[in-house]
Design a binder for this molecule. Structure first.
Ligand code: SF4
Ligand code: SF4
Length: 238
């Protein structure tokens, strides 16, 4: 493909960052194979096949640019039509597209405000205020650390952002900025929930909150290199 194409576009968060499959990064290959073929109640294999199936790559799931040179990146799950059009137009015009400078909050009308909320909760617990930021209500929302490629699709429809657009410009470009500290700092400033409590909750659920880009060097080179340890600790605590 690379040899026969003028331009290659990594389309969607899986192409750009490896996608949710990257959570395999937190496990040994033998564990993944055992879970898929032996311990899985929906399969009847009961053994790990070694014939007729490709071997798992040593390095696991990779973003597209780990294998070939990529000309254009378009994260999003899926990217909004607005950005698809913008990307294709930039290819046709031979100009670089504008890097996404906004996070998801940019297109969200919910107001960030100080509250007396003292505990984290899930979106299905209790009553929600429609016009207030989820963070102010004690609900984790990844909007402020996620690149806007969806024009605020979830928070404008009543659901917190889970980060499927991939990390925001600030997270990608600045080595010491990380999702958990970014969200925990913002949320603890607006509520009475201690920052350490929020950080710890995100670490406990690392495979949810880092779901889309675990395979990417963007995260592996950050303090998030501890992802494997967090996930192992979570398994041990169960
Ligand atoms: S954190 Fe979430 S709810 Fe709050 S403004 Fe950003 S996108 Fe909206
Ligand atoms: S709001 Fe967040 S989870 Fe929803 S589509 Fe946008 S980036 Fe994805």
């Amino acid at each position: 493909m690379r040899a026969s194409c003028d331009a290659i576009l990594a389309f969607g968060t899986c192409g750009v960052y490896g996608g949710p499959q990257g959570s395999g990064y937190a496990h040994a290959q033998s564990e993944l194979a055992e879970t898929a073929f032996v311990k899985n109640p929906t399969t009847s294999t009961h053994f790990v096949p070694d014939q007729g199936v490709p071997k798992l790559l040593e390095e696991g799931v990779l973003p597209l640019d780990a294998a070939i040179t990529v000309d254009l990146y378009l994260p999003g799950c899926p990217p909004h039509a607005y950005y698809v059009f913008e990307a294709l137009r930039s290819v046709l015009d031979g100009k670089p597209p504008e890097f996404g400078e906004h996070n998801v909050c940019f297109h969200c009308d919910r107001a960030m405000k100080h509250t007396e909320v003292a505990a984290l909760r899930r979106v299905h617990e209790g009553t929600l205020e429609k016009e207030t930021c989820f963070l102010s209500q004690g609900i984790l929302c990844m909007g402020s650390a996620t690149l806007d490629r969806c024009r605020g699709a979830c928070p404008t429809r009543g659901m917190p952002c889970s980060g499927c657009g991939g990390p925001s410009e600030a997270i990608v470009l600045e080595p010491n900025r990380d999702i958990r500290t970014e969200i925990a700092t913002r949320m603890s400033m607006m509520t009475k929930i201690p920052k350490a409590k929020i950080t710890s909750e995100i670490e406990k659920q690392a495979k949810t909150y880092y779901a889309y880009a675990m395979a990417s060097p963007v995260f592996r080179e950050k303090p998030t290199f501890l992802l494997r340890r967090w996930i192992a600790q979570q398994g041990a605590a169960r």
